[in-house]
Ligand binder design. Structure first.
Ligand SMILES: Nc1ncnc2c1ncn2[C@@H]1O[C@H](COP(=O)(O)OP(=O)(O)OP(=O)(O)O)[C@@H](O)[C@H]1O
Length: 858
């Protein structure tokens, strides 16, 4: 407490004390005045002191006379004073002490019988207890007045002892005559006052409340009657009520008890407070422990959820399922209801049909994970990062974004509209990550080779790729539709090829397809016309082909219609091969997109059931590479020898008597090998057009790479059908180095179910189907094998001559140029070569099988 408040309190105490003294004096004067008028002159001054007052009453004679006057016979025997009553004065001769005592005791008994407040006889010996005596006299006075009143009104039965109006003059001092009997009646507390000594704080409180209630009931007031307002307005009754409360409180004995009670209460409260504090501390500790336990449990729960998800993913990996993630973009229409009801941590998505009730309209889907509108690009990327990294370990990975137009596919793959400058999408983040890994794993760099007549873009950093992506973006048609003001009108596929060699000499070859599909759209909604309409139809058609492929895979059909569109043909390796595939299903949350959202989610659900088989590691051990190289050399030697033999044979006349024993070449066996080197076969258009069967590896490559491949300067080069060199697509070596990994990039956009891969065209033409663009940025080199091949040992000269002679003679009888079988029968060397090729083939197959087995056993 500061000084000012301490001084204030002190001042208040002084004021209160003087007020009390003033009040006590007023009450004393009133008692004396009444006794004076009722019993006879007391001979006291108008304003007697306490001592004078007490001395006057000490013999009990005045008191006994007064009570007998009110209630005749109340004190049957009064020890009288030799002085006559009229001449009774305070200075009259004192009687013996025992007589005083007798009178006072009899008076107190009589007063008690009348339910008046009393005092101790000894109080008259002590001036300090004057207040109690005054109270008793004033109570007697009130009793007399009320008795008079009831006699007048005929009420005899229930005459109550009136409350001594102790504070009647306190606020507005006034003559005794002005204190009405009504006031006495209304503030009658005599019955309760009897119980005052001793009184505890609770009893005091009860007294006050009771008095208040009685008073309010009698006055027909209620607490809502704005007592405080009445007090403020100094309403008469309210002031009286307040005075009665104050008078109860100002009773000294009460105050003493009250202060003692207060002290006891204070110490009790302090004790309770201490207990409470201790309890609180204990509770806080308990709470802390509980919170700790809860947070541990929450952490545990999160860990379990995480572990569950990763286990679920592992199971799916083992089964080879396509991982399906769903992403919900933020709503752009605040007036539209949101159909997304709930997004669970564990990949649960609940949507609500806006036309149905909550009970019937709910549909639940489960995916590997669902990203809500608040998910950041980084959050999305973090989840797929491990998969992208596995590209560097030799796995093929394909990530494709699917969904309704405007649902956020391009946002996920590229980033926000306007290019990948900020908030980069998966394309950038994935490439950045791959380059980071490359930098960590490599100490060397490669400048690559350039090749005339071919466009070559070597990439060494993410920025390089970004620039190329921008180039690709330029070739991608983007237009305004009613559904999306930057709607992509073509699919976009960014492919990263990774070649690497580990320290053991094994090579890995893998690729990462990053696919941003054009959005499915309802043309009535997107309101497109003309070319845009055609594009929309082609987009929907190729997406529907994708749907057919997925359905066929999900139902494990024997025939999978990959060839029905270029899109599915391109994704064949990812959808049908042993790749790791992720699909991002995108949905818009607005209610007017509900039908599209539902169909996207259903499609995504069926994609998640597709089992591709465990992903296969595309790694070749050094042993396999060497064997393959030997096959190459042997094959070359065989071809050379055959050609030589044919040349010699054509020079010699053919003998009609010679018997030709020809074993036809087995092109199937060689076709696999041919695929890794220059191709000389030109697949017929009919074969290309056949859509019913999954093509052989060679024909598949042909259909994708173009009709003709030739080899030039050790590099493979593909020539288009017209053979024009200017239209050649060149497979370049790009950063292929030993003991390091290099990333090259092929990016092509396709749409409308067709693809063009000629990057070296000065201007990318539109496809006849309209709107479909292609962009080949970089193509993998395939030169390693030819560069690393050991030289084929030259056959001894004598043997070679024998073979040549033999072949020359055989040529006399055959005009067929493809006659390796001739060599097998006529030349011991030729058959040895074929035998060793067969052995090597078995070895290769064995080694590959072993690889597959060891992978699947993992
Ligand atoms: N997660 C997201 N956060 C913020 N904005 C987003 C998000 N997803 C999409 N958008 C915004 O929504 C709009 C449409 O997205 P986007 O162009 O990526 O859709 P799309 O599915 O690729 O459409 P289309 O198939 O027509 O090309 C864009 O303005 C994009 O920036």
């Amino acid at each position: 407490m500061d000084d000012s408040s301490r001084n204030g309190l002190h001042g208040f105490s002084l004021a209160l004390a003087s007020r009390k003294a003033e009040e006590a004096a007023w009450r004393r004067y009133e008692a004396v005045r009444w006794l004076d008028s009722f019993v006879g002159p007391l001979g006291l001054p108008n304003q007697p002191s306490e001592v004078e007052f007490i001395s006057c009453l000490r013999n009990g004679l005045i008191l006994c006379n007064a009570i007998n006057k009110i209630q005749p016979g109340a004190v049957p025997k009064v020890v009288d004073n030799p002085c006559p009553l009229q001449s009774l004065t305070w200075d009259c001769q004192p009687l013996p002490a025992y007589q005083y005592f007798e009178n006072v005791r009899n008076f107190l008994v009589a007063a008690k019988e009348l339910n008046l407040p009393t005092f101790e006889a000894s109080d008259l010996e002590r001036d300090t207890f004057e207040a109690k005596v005054v109270d008793c006299v004033l109570a007697l006075k009130c009793f007399h007045e009320s008795k008079q009143m009831s006699n007048e009104n005929g009420f005899h039965k229930h005459v109550k002892s009136p409350l001594p109006l102790r504070s009647s003059n306190r606020m507005h001092p006034r003559p005794l005559s002005t204190v009405s009997l009504d006031s006495c009646r209304r503030l009658d507390m005599s019955a309760t006052c009897e119980k005052w000594p001793p009184v505890g704080s609770e009893e005091l409180e009860e007294l006050i409340v009771k008095s208040l209630v009685d008073s309010l009931v009698q006055e027909k007031e209620n607490f809502d009657g704005n007592l405080l307002a009445s007090l403020r307005n100094r309403d008469k009754d309210a002031v009286r009520l307040f005075q009665s409360i104050v008078s109860v409180c100002s009773n000294e004995s009460l105050q003493e008890n009250f202060s003692e009670d207060l002290k006891a209460l204070l110490s009790k409260t302090k004790g309770e407070f201490r207990d409470l504090q201790l309890q609180l501390q204990k509770d806080l500790k308990d709470l802390e422990n509980q919170v700790q336990e809860l947070s541990n449990a929450a952490l545990g729960y999160h860990n379990v959820v995480k572990e569950n998800r990763s286990l679920y993913n592992i199971v799916q990996d083992l089964k080879g399922n396509i991982r399906v993630y769903c992403r919900v973009r933020p709503s752009f229409n605040c007036l539209s209801n949101n159909v997304i009801e709930f997004i669970g941590e564990d990949g649960l998505l609940m949507i609500l049909d806006p036309l149905k009730s909550k009970k019937d309209g709910r549909k639940v889907f489960r995916f590997n994970r669902v990203f809500g509108p608040a998910a950041k690009q980084d959050d999305v990327f973090k989840d797929i990062q491990p998969l992208i990294r596995s590209v560097m370990d030799g796995y093929n990975v394909c990530i494709f974004a699917y969904g309704q137009t405007g649902s956020g596919k391009t946002h996920t793959m590229n980033g926000p509209s306007g290019g990948p400058d900020k908030d980069f999408g998966i394309n950038y983040l994935a490439l950045n990550d791959l380059f980071k890994i490359q930098n960590i794993r490599s100490c060397t760099s490669d400048t690559g080779l350039s090749l005339p007549d071919a466009t070559r873009h070597s990439v060494k950093s993410t920025d390089d790729v970004l620039n190329l992506m921008k180039l690709g973006e330029l070739n991608r048609v983007v237009t305004f539709t009613a559904m999306n003001n930057r709607s992509s009108r073509s699919h976009s596929i960014l492919t990263v090829y990774v070649h690497g060699k580990d320290n053991a000499g094994s090579t890995i070859r893998s690729c990462l397809h990053l696919v941003d599909l054009a959005g499915s759209e309802r043309v009535d909604k997107s309101e497109v016309t003309g070319d845009r309409l055609k594009e929309a139809q082609y987009i929907n058609k190729s997406l529907s082909c994708l749907g057919d492929v997925i359905m066929a895979l999900a139902h494990k059909n024997s025939h999978i219609p990959y060839r029905n569109s270029k899109l599915t043909l391109l994704l064949q390796d990812s959808l049908g091969g042993h790749a790791k595939t992720i699909m991002f299903a995108h949905v818009s949350p607005e209610e007017d997109s509900f039908c599209e959202t539902l169909s996207t989610l259903k499609f995504a659900q069926s994609v998640s059931t597709v089992e591709l088989g465990a992903a296969r590691l595309n790694k070749e051990s050094s042993e396999v590479i060497q064997l393959k190289a030997q096959v190459e050399n042997l094959k070359k030697a065989l071809v050379n020898n055959t050609q030589q033999a044919l040349t010699n044979k054509s020079k010699e006349p053919r003998s009609p008597t010679q018997v030709v024993d020809r074993t036809p070449l087995r092109p199937r066996r060689l076709s696999i090998e041919n695929c890794s080197t220059a191709k000389t076969e030109v697949p017929s258009k009919q074969e290309m057009g056949k859509g019913s069967k999954t093509p052989s590896l060679c024909s598949r490559r042909s259909s994708l790479e173009g009709p003709t491949c030739i080899k030039k300067d050790g590099l493979r080069m593909k020539v288009l059908e017209d053979g024009s060199k200017n239209q050649a697509l060149t497979f370049q070596k790009c950063g292929l180095i030993q003991n390091s990994e290099t990333i090259s990039r092929v990016s092509h956009s396709i749409s409308n179910g067709a693809v063009k891969m000629e990057m070296n065209y000065p201007k990318t033409p539109r496809s006849p189907l309209g709107g479909y663009r292609k962009q080949v940025i970089n193509v993998e080199a395939n030169q390693t094998l030819s560069l690393q091949l050991p030289k084929t040992p030259e056959p001894p000269k004598r043997v070679r001559n024998d073979i040549q002679n033999q072949m020359q003679s055989n040529a006399m009888f055959s005009s067929d140029a493809q006659t390796p079988s001739i060599m097998s029968t006529t030349s011991g060397k030729g058959s040895r070569i074929r035998r060793s090729m067969r052995t090597i083939g078995k070895l290769i197959n064995g080694a590959e099988k072993r690889q597959v087995l060891s992978k699947s056993s993992l």
